[in-house]
Design a protein around this ligand. Sequence first.
Ligand SMILES: Nc1ncnc2c1ncn2[C@@H]1O[C@H](COP(=O)(O)OP(=O)(O)O)[C@@H](O)[C@H]1O
Ligand SMILES: [Mg+2]
Length: 377
Amino acid sequence: MKSGERMRRLRDDTTAQGVSVDDVRGLVVARNLAFGQDTQQAVARHAWNHMFGAGPLQGLLEDPLVTDILVNGHQVWVDRGQGLVDAGLSLESPRAARELAVQLATRAGARLDDAHPVVDAQLPDGSRLHAVIEPISPTPATISLRAFRARHLSLRDLVQWDMIPAQWVSVFTALVEHRVNLLISGGTGTGKTTLLSTLLGHVPHTERIITIEDSREIATTHPHVVALQSRAANAEGAGAVDLTELVRNALRMRPDRVMLGECRGAEIRDLLMAFNTGHSGGAATLHANSAHDVPARLIALGALAGMDPQTTVLQVASALDVIVHITRPPHGRRYISDISALTCSDSGHLVVQPLLTWDGVSVPRRHDVSVVPAWLA
Ligand SMILES: Nc1ncnc2c1ncn2[C@@H]1O[C@H](COP(=O)(O)OP(=O)(O)O)[C@@H](O)[C@H]1O
Ligand SMILES: [Mg+2]
C-alpha cells in the first residue's frame, strides 16, 4: 500500500483530538497497514507526526534541548540553547514549507492564506507558531516555532543551570515570601518567563494566582493557577480580548497574585494601578537590554497608555519594588546579573539601584545601601 493511501485510511479513523502515537499504532496493526513491529511503529510515528504533530519538524519539537525551530524556505535551523545551528534536515521544497505552515496554522485553530498571510498562534502542545507566507515572506513560507516545555523547574534547577548562584536561592524565596512586586527584565529568549514560572512554584499553595499572557508559556507546579490568555480578533475583526482587558478582569477574580507574562503595551497602566491598589506579590516580564534601560522602557510603555512621563514615574515608583535582570552574552550562557531596587529620586527620576550583582562566575556581590529592604535583611 502506498503511504498516501495508508495516511488516508488512518485519517478516516482518527478524526478525534487527543490521539496518541499508540492509538495510531493500534489502528496500523488492526487494519494490517504494515507488518513487523518496527515498521508498524515507524508507520504510526510518521502518520501521527503528519496528522497531529508538526510533520517533519516533530522530532525537533520533542527534543528536550530545542527551544526554537526556524524554517526559511526549505532550510531548517534550530536553537538548542547555544545559538542557531543547521538542523541537519530540510523540507522537500520551499512549497512543502508553505503546506506545512498552513497545516500547522489549521491545527492551531487559525487561518493562513492569501487574505491572512501572517499567523501567530498556539499549537495544541502549547508551542508557539509564527508563520508568514508569500508575498510577505521572501520564500513560500517562513516558520518560527518556539517549543513549549511543560517542565516544572525549581530554583535549585536554575542553580544547576548556572542561571543563578546558589547564594540567591534564599533571596528569591524571600522576594516571593515578602510579596515584593517584581519586574523581570532581559532580552528575547533570555529566560524571563522561565524565571517567572519557577518563582510561581514557590508561592504558598493556599494562594490563588492569575497569569495573563498573549500565548501560554508560563508552566508551573502551583496547584491554583488561572491562566488567562488574550485573543486576537477573528477574520471579521470581532472578538478581540487584549491584555488590558484581562488585567482588569483578573482583579475581579479574587487573585492573591497577578502575574503578567510580558508587559509590552498599554496594559502597563492597569498593571501599575493593580499593584498600587493592594495587589502585592505580583510580577511581570519586560524586554530590556539592561536594568538601566528599564526606566526608559517603562516610560515608553506608559506613553502608549496615554500617561505622561511624570505620571509613569510616580506610578512605577510605588508599584514596582525590584528589577531582576537576566543577561545573555552573544553565544553565551544566560545568568541573572542584577537584582536592583527601583525607586524615585528627589528630582522625580526613576533610579535603578543595584543591590546584588553577579558576573556569572565569581561569588555574587552584595552592594552597600543606606536602606536595606526587609526581604534582604
Ligand atoms: N538558563 C537557561 N539555560 C538554557 N535554556 C534556558 C534557560 N532559561 C531559559 N531557557 C530556555 O530558553 C527558552 C526561552 O526562555 P523564555 O523563558 O521563554 O525566555 P524569554 O521569556 O526571556 O523570552 C525556553 O525554551 C527555555 O526553556
Ligand atoms: Mg517570555
